[in-house]
Ligand binder design. Structure first.
Ligand code: ADP
Ligand code: TPW
Ligand code: MG
Length: 579
């Protein structure tokens, strides 16, 4: 318990020890094992950050709250504890709110703690400094939202926020800290007693035995089974159970983007290189911590084969997820560790291996696709295309399987996802469910702060622009982050022209041949410009080995990309003629 001061009592001369709201917030977080705050200082929380640092917490100051928020969300994903983002009132809060909504959408536990203005003035709309009814605005964008008005409620308020963030389906929580709360004083002993250590914040949720039996019966009857792991499976940290289940059952599997590496992408049962075939031709699909949202074509349409050709088993902690898009033949509701353990137990001793014909069909397709890709990855052309550049980065990760890969962009994202094999769980962090640009630098910072591992951030030049100023943060904290910009002079491509012939450039193109590496030099980091895959490989290897903050400007053929990468089909088309 932190003691702020001792004061003389005029009547008894006793000296009650006092604490205050600032210290109670810090003590409540520390008591619950939360030791890092990501944020931006200012009224009314500047001193909260200072005092947190004085009390031994790690306080990482960003240049913009959105990136502090993305960092907090990723910290939550990596650690199963809520990441904390601390912002100032109104504008700072709103900057952090995008990240809070993103965490909720992605099922990452995070708490946005924001200072706010005087309640009495805000509620009468009398124009306080940075006036805004933040609680009301945050509510629809998060799992839960709380405001603490009295110092003695800080313990309970922080406990509720933590439990709400991590229990059940994880998500974002908003915690409103009005300016007046922080200097409120109370006796230290009472303050200490008011704190709450959250017991069993995310209790195991055991699936019902009949749901497990139903799932296994369907799986056993499958001729062409498939397992799909999503980022919920990566989050669950049930890595050993998942591996045991996959290997004992012999089932082929796919891993969604941020689940890649849960099992090595090079695992013999991985069907990653035969994705379209297995999605289309499978007859039973076991989904584990993956939603049937747009990323899986909602579980229907051409990519899923003939309508009615599949039965779906779904393992998820959120019962409402079942039947969200198509009928789920066997819902298994519970936490992934408990569900997979139950399924593993149920395999018993004589589980039949999947039909050889199916496994052979998958192997043949894999071999064919891998051979096709190998040729493209070896290209050493100038200017580089995406494949040539990604061939080099693929080797970097193969040589350093415990490095964390951060990835955003359109072509830069879609092609890297397919080309760079991952070998360990929770090593690939990307744009997530929303496909949001600008997660890169925040994710990279949190990834290394939380794990101590080096980070390779592969960024489209547009994606990087959303968060580029945070390279100063990377340099300031001297973090082992190597950022590679795939510089193709624009969004998707740098070759578009203004169809009107007017003086403005096309909306998708940037300054030609920009040198992002020079930005890094401005902050004392290492900047390198490369034009070939060999140069790229050498520059990134050196950066990863040295751990020095580095930015590599990788010149990519401006004509190489396609519109929206792999999801161009989602662009609405004008019927009256394009461009
Ligand atoms: P992806 O984008 O990789 O397909 P999604 O974000 O769509 O993954 O799905 C993740 C799912 O995992 C969510 O439906 C969420 O409820 C679920 N989930 C998250 N954590 C757990 C857990 N510990 N146990 C069970 N399900 C979980
Ligand atoms: C917050 C829309 C999707 S992808 C992209 C934008 C702007 C940039 C693609 O260009 P980049 O990649 O990064 O250079 P590449 O390799 O294809 O050239 N605002 C937000 N999120 C999204 N998704 C967008 C806009 C978008
Ligand atoms: Mg680009």
């Amino acid at each position: 318990m932190t003691v702020v001061t001792k004061v003389e009592s005029p009547t008894t001369n006793a000296q009650p020890e006092l604490t205050d709201g600032f210290h109670l917030v810090i003590d409540a977080l520390k008591l619950n094992g939360i030791n890092t705050i990501y944020g931006v200082p200012g009224i009314p929380i500047t001193d909260l950050g200072r005092m947190a640092q004085a009390e031994g917490m790690r306080v990482i100051s960003f240049r913009h709250e959105q990136h502090a928020g993305y960092a907090a969300g990723i910290a939550g994903f990596l650690t199963k504890k809520p990441g904390i983002c601390l912002t100032v009132s109104a504008p700072g809060f709103l900057n952090g709110l995008t990240a809070l909504a993103n965490a909720t959408t992605n099922c990452f536990p995070m708490i946005l703690m924001s200072g706010s203005s005087e309640r009495e003035i805000v509620d009468l709309q009398q124009g306080d400094y940075e006036e805004m009814d933040q609680l009301a605005i945050a509510k629809p964008l998060c799992k839960a939202a709380f405001r603490i008005l009295h110092a003695e409620d800080i313990g309970i308020g922080v406990a509720r926020a933590i439990r709400a963030a991590v229990s059940g389906r994880p998500g974002g929580v908003y915690l409103d800290l009005p300016a007046k709360l922080l200097p409120q004083v109370m006796e230290a002993e009472a303050g200490g007693k008011s704190l709450v250590q959250v017991i069993d914040p995310a209790p195991a949720q055991i699936p019902s035995p009949s749901s497990v039996t139903r799932a296994l019966d369907i799986l056993k009857g499958a001729k062409r089974p498939l397992v799909i792991f999503g980022k919920g499976a990566a989050y669950a940290q049930a890595d050993d159970e998942i591996r045991a289940f996959v290997e004992k059952s012999g089932l082929p599997f796919l891993q969604m983007s941020m689940a890649k590496g849960l099992l090595p992408d090079v695992h013999p049962q991985s069907a990653g290189a035969a994705r379209s075939t297995v999605l289309k031709d499978s007859d039973v699909v076991l989904l584990v911590g993956a939603r049937l949202n747009w990323l899986l074509s909602h579980g229907k349409g051409k990519s899923w084969g003939e309508p009615g050709s599949k039965k779906i088993i779904q393992v998820d902690i959120e019962p409402k997820e079942m039947d969200s898009n198509v009928e789920i033949a066997a819902p298994v509701v519970g936490d992934i560790g408990s569900c997979i353990s139950a399924l593993l137990d149920g395999l018993g001793e004589n589980w039949p291996t999947p039909p050889a014909e199916w496994i052979e069909q998958i192997s043949a397709k894999k071999e064919q696709n891998i051979a096709k890709m190998a040729l493209r990855l070896k290209k050493n052309s100038v200017p580089m295309d995406f494949h040539g550049a990604l061939g080099a980065l693929r080797t970097i990760i193969k040589e350093r399987p415990d490095a964390i890969l951060v990835n955003e962009g359109a072509n830069t994202l879609d092609l890297a996802r397919g080309i760079i094999d991952m070998y360990q769980p929770r090593k690939r962090l990307d744009v997530g469910t929303w496909g949001v640009m600008g997660i890169g630098m925040g994710s990279a910072i949190a990834a290394t702060i939380e794990t101590g591992k080096p980070v390779l951030a592969v960024e489209g030049d547009s994606a990087f622009g959303f968060c580029g100023m945070e390279i100063e943060t990377i340099c300031r904290y001297n973090l082992p982050v190597c950022t590679v910009i795939f510089n193709n002079n624009g969004i998707y491509r740098g070759t578009d022209v203004n169809p009107s012939g007017g003086p403005d450039v096309a909306p998708t193109v940037f300054v030609k041949d920009a040198r992002y590496d020079k930005m890094m030099e401005a902050f004392g980091g290492v900047g390198v410009n490369v034009t070939t895959p060999d140069e790229l490989y050498r520059a990134v290897s050196a950066a990863m080995d040295s751990g020095k903050p580095t930015l590599v400007n990788a010149v990519i053929d401006a004509a190489a990309g396609t519109e929206s990468g792999r999801i161009g089909n989602l662009n609405p088309q004008s019927v009256v003629g394009k461009k």
